[in-house]
Design a binder for this molecule. Structure first.
Ligand SMILES: [Zn+2]
Ligand SMILES: [Zn+2]
Length: 469
């Protein structure tokens, strides 16, 4: 058995791992097929970033951990390369995936409706929705002329607490003489995340492939982040400026809405909170929010409790959703001319494009603006540059235009949707049968190194490796 990586080895983006169960007669499974972003696209033209540059004829199935674009964005190219095998995902991910792929195609590839529909039809044909915690047998390529180390392979998804539908993957490999359990973490959620419960460790893993986004960090103040959020916003709107929050349309946007509903509910006599416009400028995010409401059976107890009390944790009067591009431009002009406070949530989460770019171009040069980062900003993204150069009065390039930063920059760490070092250690510590082999992926170098040291201290006998391309 061997595991090769087609992404998420030099950074956090482009997740795509291949589990090969028989090196003599290739028979493989692909775990995620994501897009590269930020620094990881440097030196490659856009076509090269997207090409599937490995043979796919021996791949028996694609397994999707969750539908963030850096885990699923290369699926259209996989299909275009002729991939015609089942695509396994949790029920919620299967419901979200076509929306994500449709948007990715529209934004990055083509406006041709027929082409988009053809791709979606193919995707819908191949996708196999699976409930959490159910074992299913995967197709296996058994050549009669070869000795097969494994005769059967089964898959199970367990909740990862990262975004709606997110899962870590357990793969059970059974041969005539031995068994082997491989676990792919996907992206793991942190403790005390809004809306979703944090992940529980698997019972066993022989080999573990694990993300390390915050492998060198300890999350601070997760419990009082909503106080922090409230404080920053109350200060920010005093000068009638806008507050821009770059956020992924899936996950982060819904967490923020959940928090704002909470703050508004708690501050019923505060006119600012009762009147402020909270604008979600993204038809995509609005669609995903609907799906989050639809799949409320996957929410954590606190969120379900609010439902029971008659509250609507993802909805409130002050919420405005912007759909058309025309309205999007109109809102920017309106806010610009009126000097009226408002909170705007828009993608992309790392400011690498999308409607957030238009807000940044217009409002970064204004001293009354506040930018609030609530998520990880990968190296080489505009978001990371704003975080780094903004506080010194620097500038960034957006759409090849130099934009001076006069806005105030804030970061709240408590909303990170990824496990920190403590959570990642616990994920392994709480397994009954601990891995003999750990492969660390999906992180910057320092994060991977720090996590490797933590695991080595925890499991001195285990082989701890850092994934390489
Ligand atoms: Zn993710
Ligand atoms: Zn990821």
């Amino acid at each position: 058995m061997q595991i090769i990586h087609h992404g998420a080895v030099n950074g956090v983006t482009g997740s795509c791992h291949q589990l090969d169960i028989n090196p003599l007669h290739p028979s493989s499974y692909l775990i995620d097929c994501g897009l590269f972003q930020g620094a990881e696209t440097a030196g490659k033209n856009s076509v090269d970033q997207l090409q599937i540059d490995f043979p796919i004829d021996n791949i028996n199935a694609l397994i999707v951990t969750h539908c963030h674009i850096d885990h699923v964005g290369r699926i259209p190219y996989l299909l275009a390369a002729g991939f015609n095998q089942p695509i396994y995902a949790t029920t919620a991910t299967a419901a979200l995936l076509p929306l994500v792929i449709e948007d990715a195609l529209k934004v990055g590839v083509t406006r041709d409706k027929k082409l988009i529909q053809a791709c979606l039809n193919q995707l819908n044909k191949l996708i196999v929705p699976i409930e959490y915690s159910q074992w299913v047998s995967l197709p296996i390529n058994l050549s009669p002329h070869m000795t097969q180390p494994f005769k059967q392979i089964k898959l199970k998804f367990k909740p990862a607490g990262h975004i709606l539908g997110s899962a870590y993957v357990e793969l059970d490999l059974k041969g005539p003489s031995h068994k082997h359990r491989v676990v792919f973490s996907g992206d793991l959620g942190a403790t005390y995340a809004p809306l979703l419960a944090s992940p529980k460790s698997p019972y066993r893993a022989d080999t573990l492939v694990i993300e390390s986004t915050y492998g060198d960090k300890k999350h601070q103040g997760r419990k009082d982040r909503s106080k922090q959020l409230k404080g920053i916003i109350e200060k920010a709107v005093q000068d009638n400026g806008v507050v821009l929050i770059p956020a992924f349309s899936i996950g982060r946007t819904q967490e923020l809405l959940y928090e704002f509903e909470h703050i508004i509910f708690r501050n019923q006599h505060n006119p600012m909170w009762q009147n402020i416009d909270i604008i979600v400028d993204s038809p995509m995010a609005a669609n995903f929010t609907k799906k989050y409401r639809e799949f409320r059976n996957l929410w954590d107890n606190e969120a379900k409790q609010k439902l029971k009390q008659g509250r609507h944790p993802l909805d409130f009067e002050q919420l405005i959703t912007i759909d058309s591009h025309q309205d999007h431009i109109a809102v920017i002009n309106y806010l610009d001319s009126k000097q009226k406070p408002a909170i705007i949530i828009a993608a992309s989460g790392m400011c690498t494009g999308g409607r957030m770019s238009n807000y940044l171009s217009r409002f970064l040069p204004k001293a009354t603006t506040d930018i609030l980062f609530v998520g990880y900003q990968a190296q080489g993204t505009t978001g990371r540059d704003i975080q780094q150069y903004g506080p010194q009065g620097g500038y960034v390039y957006i759409d090849e235009q130099r934009i001076d930063i006069k806005a105030s920059i804030h970061t709240i760490g408590g909303y990170s949707a990824h496990a920190d070092q403590h959570n990642l250690s616990n994920f392994v510590k709480r397994m009954h049968h601990k891995p003999k082999h750990i492969r660390i992926v999906h992180g910057d170098d320092e994060a991977k190194q720090a996590l490797a040291s933590a695991y080595q201290a925890l499991l001195p006998m285990a082989e701890i490796e850092i994934g390489k391309a």
